[in-house]
Every structure is written in structure tokens, then in C-alpha cells.
Design a protein around this ligand. Structure first.
Ligand code: G3P
Length: 232
């Protein structure tokens, strides 16, 4: 499963990109608005760090406006994916963009039927918002399961990008179901890196090492020893 960061924060994006665990980035108007930077400058920085898909969302409501924005966004870099809302106007835009070879991500998806229609229109990705479904008393992950089943039944190539992830268990569940992508905020990704037993184990190793008064040999001593061993 590909891991995307759901953030427009350059520092966070760089942190996870440096770890080699980031396959892409998703943004939305709320996330962009959180950063105190002009849109183009911000997106330019993100695109300099991320080589995988960078999802940027249109804000127009009508098809013409969406297409206009989509063309501008797609012209920024070949790895830009245009996020289009799951509306009738959005589906018309997705169809046209698909024909032009511009990859789209249909966002704000809350039902398997919406996902089916998005795929038929030619979406590259579909984004079910599972956390927001959980918030209103539904089981968001069941929608992911249904979408995956429907797509598999008909060999649909649209990728299921699980969005609105709130905690690491959501990520495990998405991976077990075989979702193509999970996008998550930085706090979830940080929690995935960490485990209390790792911290306890590391502390114990270091305490034991220092209690024994051991020291790693100097690099020169080590190199001389290695040469000696090779000569034997
Ligand atoms: O980027 C879309 C989605 O992941 C938003 O998540 O937490 O605002 O429901 P959230």
C-alpha cells in the first residue's frame, strides 16, 4: 500500500520524505489555508521535495472553472494529480481531463455508488473519507471494503485512496483490505514509526552498554584490525 502524507506543511513533508517512506502527498483547500504562504510558492516547494503524486484540489464549483484550474495545476509538474469534488459538475470535468491524459482524484466520496460513478467517469483515484463517516456513526472502512470489492469485480483500474484517516489502526485496516493508497496526517505517520517497546528496548541497550563502561574502538584502530584480519 502506498503511503501519502495528507498535509501541505513543507517541514513535515521533508521529514517523511527523508525517511524514504513517502510515496506522495494529498492537500485540500483547508490544509493549504493552514500554511502561511502563497499557493504557488508553497506548491513549488512541495513539488521540489516530492517525486510521487502531489494532489492539488480545484476550488471552482462549475465544470468550466474546474477545467481551467485543472489545466493550470497540471501544468505545474507531471506528478500533479488534480483533486475534483464528487459532484455532477466534477464528474463532467473528470471525464474531460481523463480524455486529455490528466490524472484526477475524485474527493469527498462517502458511498460505494459515488466511487463506482467516479471510476466510470475516468478517475485515477477515488478518495473515501473514512474518518468523517466514523464521525457520523457509520463504519468508514466498510465503504472502502465495498468499493474494493466492486472495483475487483469489474477489473476497474481506479485506485482506492483511503482518506480522512484518524489513527494507525485505520492504516492497518486499509492495508489488510488491499487499498491502493492511504493518506494520513503527520501525527498518524509519527505514531506508526513509534512503539513504546522500541523506546524501552533501546534505553535498556544503551544503559547496559554504558554500565559496562564499553567504548566503540576508534575508526583507525578498527580499520587496522580489519586489515589484519583480511591478511590472515
Ligand atoms: O484530504 C482529505 C481528507 O484526508 C481530510 O481528512 O481529517 O479533514 O476528515 P479530515
Amino acid at each position: 500500500m502506498k503511503i501519502f502524507l495528507d498535509s501541505a506543511n513543507v517541514a513535515s513533508i521533508k521529514t517523511f520524505a527523508d525517511m524514504g517512506i513517502l510515496d506522495g502527498v494529498t492537500t485540500n483547500p483547508t490544509l493549504i489555508a493552514k500554511e502561511s504562504q502563497g499557493f504557488l510558492e508553497l506548491v513549488g516547494e512541495i513539488l521540489r521535495i516530492v517525486t510521487g503524486p502531489v494532489n492539488l484540489e480545484v476550488v471552482s464549483q462549475n465544470t468550466e472553472g474546474m477545467l481551467h484550474e485543472a489545466h493550470d495545476l497540471a501544468a505545474l509538474a507531471p506528478n500533479v494529480v488534480v483533486k475534483v469534488p464528487m459532484t455532477s459538475e466534477g464528474l463532467v470535468a473528470v471525464r474531460k481531463l481523463h480524455k486529455e491524459g490528466i490524472k484526477t482524484n475524485v474527493t469527498l466520496v462517502f458511498s460505494p455508488n459515488q466511487a463506482l460513478l467516479a471510476a466510470k467517469a475516468g478517475a485515477g483515484y477515488v478518495s473515501p473519507f473514512i474518518g468523517r463517516l466514523d464521525d457520523v456513526g457509520h463504519v468508514g472502512m466498510s465503504v472502502v471494503e465495498e468499493i474494493l470489492q466492486i472495483y475487483r469485480n469489474y477489473d476497474i483500474e481506479t485506485q482506492v485512496l483511503v482518506a480522512s484517516i484518524r489513527h494507525p489502526i485505520h492504516v492497518v485496516e486499509a492495508a489488510k483490505l488491499g487499498a491502493h493508497v492511504a493518506t494520513m496526517p503527520s501525527d498518524v505517520l509519527e505514531k506508526m514509526v513509534k512503539h513504546p517497546l522500541t523506546d524501552i528496548g533501546l534505553k535498556r541497550f544503551l544503559d547496559d552498554w554504558s554500565k559496562a563502561g564499553l567504548k566503540l574502538p576508534e575508526r583507525r584502530t578498527l580499520e587496522a584490525k580489519t586489515r589484519g584480519l583480511a591478511g590472515n
